[in-house]
Design a protein around this ligand. Sequence first.
Ligand SMILES: [Zn+2]
Length: 189
Amino acid sequence: MRRRWDRYHQADDEWRSDFPFAGLQRYAGALPPQNAETGMAAAEFAALTQALENYYGRGARGTLNRIGHEAFALLCAGQPLTIGLYRLIFPLLASRRRSQIGLSLVARELAAPAGRVIVQRDDQRWSLLDYEGDATFGRARDTAICWATLGEVQAALQWATGREYDVAETACKAQGAPACRFEIGGELG
Ligand SMILES: [Zn+2]
């Protein structure tokens, strides 16, 4: 959780500098401690996401999507050896396998330290099932709301395959689903 928070925090200078941290002022200048209290961290992560939505209003979806893209870039920057190795072997792999590798990187990060996030393939398509849904903690909505995670998944596929894919969150824990489900559709463009 700490690592993910860290990346989101870094990913947007705007809300780092003048974001009104509703109820989270103590984190304006210092990140939360690294510990095993994932429930509390998830609650705060969700509160931070909600505050960000309040602040950006209708622009929140695009902002969170962009933060997701940047968060994936920071995730890669944090493990240069692994990423370099994948770059070397990617030309030898089919795009289906490369997609799986990209999605697995995101899944591992979402699941840390001990959560459940699954990458699976059915009906000829990949999907990612996030049973943690950090951004949905304590939030009930009519629609799917995990826009930052959606952005991370898009960025991972783009990194792995060099192409853009249609990604949709077709079920969300905020809607009462057991997991947030991200389905990978066809190539865009
Ligand atoms: Zn969701």
